[in-house]
Design a protein around this ligand. Structure first.
Ligand SMILES: [Zn+2]
Length: 307
């Protein structure tokens, strides 16, 4: 048990570094996008902002996960989801405005004189810098994953591989557009980067929607929990409810125990149940154990009355 909490804390510390690298990347891209008005850089900035927000989301999840024995904070999680949604909305409105403006400029100019918004080949240094940051995160996450074996880190470093490809495409696109001044190359580069943005968002929203309706729980996990908790012989399980939030699970278990159980015993039992759950999956981030007194059988009641 100590092992998993310890791992989660280490993973949290790693994610702090990853988030710092991402914030540096985002700010750099945003500043240069603003200075140059390059649509490729603006599109790439949107990618950076969304990925950074998702990493912060993961960071929060790890923070809560490491506080396994504390009360579960639904409020904080909902607040997180809502802020993420608002952020995405704001970004799309701002970007949509820039994009319409960009398209509008084509319509207004005569076909012979269409100019790309990206004209400085040195801007590719910005995306190269971004790529270096992404590669650094990839390396750090891969190394942490190898020592901690936390599934959650694997998801994020797989994403970092895609992001490295995205920064290579952005760099090539920026360079080629600047030297040729070709709008078509610029547009294709933007579409490619958008593909990576939608990939990030699609998996995020799929998870959120499924967790809202409680559909993304692995049925095998429920069975595994039943099986391992049943190994405690003096309790009976009344119900197990699993909810998935983002990449983590929250479990609620109702067990029936002897009404004469002392509070100290119940407390020990609770910890034992939590430990058993955590052994089944590291993605279980909170366990609520609720005790109900087991009703006496009719035979015992009759004996009690006779007394
Ligand atoms: Zn990405």
């Amino acid at each position: 048990m100590y092992g998993i909490v310890h791992s989660l804390r280490k993973a949290y510390k790693t994610m702090v570094i990853i988030v710092i690298l991402s914030v540096v990347g985002t700010v750099t891209e945003l500043v240069f996008a603003y200075l140059s008005s390059s649509m490729i850089l603006y599109t790439d900035t949107v990618h950076w902002i969304i990925d950074t927000a998702l990493e912060i989301f993961l960071l929060f999840s790890l923070y809560f996960a490491a506080r396994m024995y504390r009360r579960f904070s639904w409020g904080a999680l909902y607040l997180e989801s809502i802020s993420m949604f608002i952020l995405v909305l704001v970004i799309f409105i701002v970007y949509g405005y820039l994009f319409i403006d960009y398209i509008h400029s084509f319509v207004l100019t005569t076909s012979n004189s269409i100019k790309a918004s990206t004209s400085n080949p040195y801007l590719s240094l910005v995306t190269i810098f971004g790529g270096v940051l992404t590669l650094t995160s990839l390396y750090i996450q891969q190394r942490t994953y190898k020592t901690l074996k936390l599934e959650i880190l694997k998801m994020d470093y797989r994403h970092a591989i895609l992001d490295t490809i995205s920064s290579v495409i952005a760099t090539l696109g920026l360079y080629l557009t600047s030297i040729t001044n070709n709008v078509i190359i610029e547009f294709i580069t933007m579409i490619f980067i958008m593909f990576f943005i939608f990939h990030s968002l699609a998996s995020y929203f799929r998870d959120s929607i499924l967790s809202l309706i409680g559909m993304n729980v692995d049925p095998e996990l429920k069975y595994k929990l039943y099986k391992s908790i049943s190994s405690i012989d003096y309790i009976s399980i009344k119900d197990i409810n699993i909810r998935r939030i983002g990449s983590f699970y929250v479990v609620r278990i109702i067990v029936l125990i002897d009404p004469n159980t002392t509070i100290a015993e119940a407390h020990r039992l609770r910890n034992r149940i939590i430990n058993l759950c955590r052994e089944q999956s590291e993605l279980i981030y909170h366990v609520d154990v609720i005790f109900y007194p087991r009703k006496k059988s009719k035979r015992i009641k009759r004996l009690d009355k006779a007394r």
